[in-house]
Design a protein around this ligand. Structure first.
Ligand code: ARG
Length: 459
């Protein structure tokens, strides 16, 4: 059954039907389509289009369909989309009562209502996935408190930091992701029902009731915007993409750290995979896939924006192309979050390798310059002096703390014996003692803040 056969003398070309059908991918909207139809039946009864009896019959039939969809026994046919499928079955089972339900609505406002409701739920699920990943991250940060590693810039040794500080940097990114998704979800909570095809409808539908009954807290303001707007899709796709990019950065670090040349991290065997030819391999494929999938999810965002950019008002069929990428993005992010949380929770950090690397590569050179500043030397000159001392060390394969006081004083006579209290890796870490810094006291505070924030996410 088509929803629009009347004006056509010819049958639709089979390829055209197949080309335009979205049923293969929009079935996941079914529970929301049923909820929206139930609300619409109430609104139609309210306007006297449906009798109380007809409305009750529709509600029962929709309830049956809901169960059939869940059990996988729903009689799908060669339908154009999920909206047509549900309405066809309703008409087959109820006759005229079912056929009355189309009054005062269009698939254009219906699909937007369904999609918004679906996305509101999916977004909550992904937020929960993010929170679970953050739990794994925080447990590692808490459990490894005190472990010192080299902090990098340009992937070159820069300054020593606490591993927990490094892990908490990712915690911040994911926290922003959760907040961003929460805000996007709030923005999409607007009911388009009553917008019709584009101009609104001639029935006096109670839009507030429609919103309430279908699960929205507000209504959209402009019918033309309502049916053609997919900003809410772009909004969440950006949120998903950025979360995926953060996962990808974390994955990249896990890959690097698991390399024996670094040896900072060992992934649990259950989260690594072998090679068909090299018997020794235990590869970090999970992290590589997470890195790869971020490209795929970001691609869906770009596809959507590109699809939208030339559309005149109001509904255009191009908009049907909003779904596959979006659904794939949700599925991919969902599983990536789950697998990465497991990989992270089960990974072991090698405190010894990290501590050793933290002391290499002159990561205390800034502290030497800062020491000179504390003795009244202008930083630019202090930088120059510390640089010259690094050069001296490079010639003899020594560390800054291995230079004699005589050598140090030859470079700047304001250097005293106490310099050696400032060059140890532990001292360097402890010295960054300000809010947001890597000093253990500050990181303890940050861990506590993170724990407190996570607790509020569980309620
Ligand atoms: N399946 C369509 C979509 O996803 C809704 C149908 C609207 N079709 C139409 N010809 N007005 O956008």
């Amino acid at each position: 059954m088509k929803l629009w056969g009347g004006r056509f003398a010819k049958e639709t070309e089979e390829a055209v039907h197949a080309y335009g059908s979205s049923l293969s991918f929009d079935r996941r909207l079914a529970p929301y389509d049923i909820r929206v139809s139930r609300a619409h039946a109430l609104a139609l009864e309210d306007c006297g289009i449906l009798s109380g009896d007809e409305r009750a019959k529709i509600a029962v039939a929709l309830g049956e369909m809901e169960e059939e969809l869940e059990r996988g026994t729903f009689p799908f046919g060669n339908d154009e989309d999920i909206h047509s499928a549900i309405e066809r079955v309703l008409v087959e089972r109820l006759g005229d009562a079912g056929a009355k339900l189309r009054a005062g609505r269009s698939r254009n406002d219906q699909v937007v209502a369904d999609l918004r409701l679906y996305l509101m739920d999916a977004t909550v699920r992904l937020m929960k996935g993010l929170v679970a990943l953050m739990e794994a991250l925080l447990e590692q940060a808490e459990g490894n408190m005190g472990v010192i590693m080299p902090g990098f810039t340009h992937l070159q040794p820069a300054q020593p930091v606490l591993l927990s500080h490094h892990l908490l940097a990712y915690f911040e990114m994911f926290k922003r992701d959760v907040e961003r998704l929460r805000e996007a979800r709030k923005r999409m909570d607007r009911c388009p029902l009553g917008s019709g095809a584009l101009a609104g409808v001639t029935l006096p539908l109670d839009r507030d009731m429609l919103a309430r009954e279908s699960g929205f807290s507000q209504v959209t303001a402009n019918s033309m915007d309502a049916v053609s707007d997919r900003d809410f899709v772009a909004d969440v796709l950006f949120g998903y993409s950025l979360a995926a990019v953060h996962l990808s950065r974390l994955a990249e670090e896990m890959i690097i750290w698991a390399n024996p040349a670094f040896g900072y991290l060992e992934m649990d065997e259950a989260y690594t995979t072998g090679s068909s030819i090299m018997p020794q391999k235990a590869n970090p494929d999970v992290a590589e896939l997470a890195r790869g999938k971020s490209g795929r999810i970001t691609g869906h965002l770009v596809s959507l924006l590109t699809m939208l950019k030339g559309l005149p008002l109001a509904y255009n069929r191009d908009l049907q192309e909003d779904k596959e990428g979006l659904f794939d993005g949700i599925d991919q992010l969902d599983i990536t979050l789950e697998v990465m949380a497991g990989a992270l929770a089960t990974a072991g950090f090698d405190a010894g390798s990290m501590r050793k690397a933290a002391g290499e590569g002159f990561t205390n050179a800034t502290d030497l310059a800062d020491y000179l500043v504390s003795k009244g030397v202008p930083f630019l000159r202090a930088h120059e002096t510390a640089g010259k001392l690094v050069r001296l060390c490079l010639e003899g394969e020594r560390r800054l703390e291995e230079l004699t006081l005589k050598e140090l004083r030859a470079a700047d006579k304001s250097i005293d014996e106490d310099i050696y209290d400032h060059l140890g890796v532990e001292e360097c870490v402890k010295a960054r003692d300000l809010h947001g810094g890597t000093a253990p006291a500050r990181v303890e505070e940050a861990l506590w803040e993170a724990r407190r924030w996570l607790e509020t996410q569980r309620v």
